[in-house]
Design a binder for this molecule. Structure first.
Ligand SMILES: NC(=O)C1=CN([C@@H]2O[C@H](COP(=O)(O)OP(=O)(O)OC[C@H]3O[C@@H](n4cnc5c(N)ncnc54)[C@H](OP(=O)(O)O)[C@@H]3O)[C@@H](O)[C@H]2O)C=CC1
Ligand SMILES: CC(=O)N[C@@H](CCC(=O)OP(=O)(O)O)C(=O)O
Length: 346
């Protein structure tokens, strides 16, 4: 029997992408689709790309509308998931694309989000060591932020094997859909076209504690992170360029081949991580619409730094694809179901 799946926030970018993926998922039947200001409108009006669901009417988001489903995806603004999730049946798998349950340290949450911490759910990045075991037993899952997905997968094998010092410098460019669909003056086409600009500079971006949490956890020591996001004039995609100082006396000291062997071992069995052959570099165009993460690594011998680059589609692997992947893991389904690994080109 098909799984009955509800999507809250179905009028937004993440919700629309979840629905795009779920309509190709063989084990899923779409149940309630809910929204906020768009309630009462059809999906055809607000998500015209979802032709197969065009007649579905958006309900208002409430626990009542979301009850009676096997799986509920929450694609809501930060802070909206916590109270709603508490009212959903304990046996329902709830996969939250927002930040409410990602952080472990309540002080980090208060500092970056400014409200009381709601709690911590299993973290939905299956590629991290031990994550699948935790996700297989979970009925509540917190999907990572889009930058943390790209950066963690670029760097984690190096920190886990302590090939590098416990630090990282990251500059990551994101397409504007990362900011969601609600109108924001600095994201008008006339502001972003033909221009790139950083934001959240100097440790101010709320993904900094999430990155620190992920890398420190695999390293077993506190990893400090200098993270600078930039806004790129494209609808979707993240390109993360990350570097860290090589640790002396480790295999990385031997050079690039030794580093590559560590990344090859980490990602050999991963269905969605593509470690590129030497000389080829990740690009956002290559992963457009797919759940694939492209990764490349290089050693800079003069600067004595390891450079790791990754590309994802922020709405697919960075949100909706990651969320569907977590659902597959949690329910014991084949992990690739409903998830494209090929991009759309040109
Ligand atoms: N965009 C991205 O790349 C990523 C997004 N995420 C996370 O996913 C979540 C959704 O993001 P995204 O789709 O981009 O955002 P959007 O702004 O595109 O969509 C937000 C959705 O939430 C609904 N909504 C707005 N206000 C409320 C409210 N007060 N109560 C309940 N529902 C509300 C909107 O409904 P309506 O339109 O009808 O008002 C819409 O369906 C966020 O938590 C975001 O951080 C995570 C990783 C990446
Ligand atoms: C371009 C852009 O604005 N991107 C968003 C990141 C979106 C995302 O992944 O994150 P959350 O789920 O944590 O909101 C930002 O920097 O705030």
């Amino acid at each position: 029997m098909a799984l009955r799946v509800a999507v809250a926030g179905a009028s937004g970018y993440a919700g629309g992408e979840i629905l795009r993926l779920l309509t190709s998922h063989p084990e899923v039947e779409i149940g309630a689709v809910t929204a906020h200001s768009s309630a009462g409108r059809t999906l055809g009006e607000v998500q015209p790309q979802l032709s197969g669901l065009a007649d579905r009417v958006l309900k208002g988001t409430s626990a009542v509308a979301l009850r009676g489903h096997d799986v509920v995806f929450l694609a809501l603004p930060h802070g909206q998931s916590a109270s709603l999730a508490r009212e959903l049946e304990p046996g329902t798998l709830v996969v939250d694309c927002g930040a409410d349950f990602r952080l472990r340290d309540p002080a980090d949450w208060r500092r970056f989000y400014g409200t009381e911490h709601a709690g911590t759910w299993p973290y939905g990045l299956p590629e991290l060591p031990g994550a699948r075991d935790e996700l297989r037993r979970a009925t509540r899952i917190a999907v990572p932020g889009c930058f943390p997905t790209a950066v963690t997968l670029a760097l984690y094998p190096a920190h886990a094997r302590r090939l590098v010092e416990p630090e990282a410098v990251i500059v990551a460019a994101s397409g504007v859909s990362g900011a969601g669909r609600a109108l924001k003056p600095h994201l008008l086409g006339s502001e972003v076209m033909g221009s790139m600009t950083p934001y959240g500079v100097g440790g101010g971006h709320r993904h900094t504690p999430e990155l620190t949490q992920n890398l420190s956890r695999v390293a077993g020591e506190r990893v400090t992170v200098s993270f600078t996001p930039t806004l790129a004039p494209m609808p979707r995609g993240i390109l993360a360029t990350c570097s860290a100082r090589l640790r002396t006396g480790t295999p990385a000291d031997g050079g690039e081949e030794e580093v590559r062997a560590v990344f090859e071992a980490a990602y050999a069995e991963e269905p969605f991580v593509q470690l590129l052959p030497p000389g080829r570099w990740p690009s956002t165009a290559s992963v457009l619409g797919s759940n694939t993460v492209q990764v490349q690594v290089a050693v800079d011998p003069e600067a004595r730094r390891l450079v790791c680059v990754s590309a994802i589609d922020n709405l697919t692997k960075g949100t909706a694809g990651g969320a569907v992947q977590c659902m597959n893991v949690a329910l014991g389904l084949p992990e690739r179901l409903g998830l494209p690994t090929n991009g759309v080109a040109p």
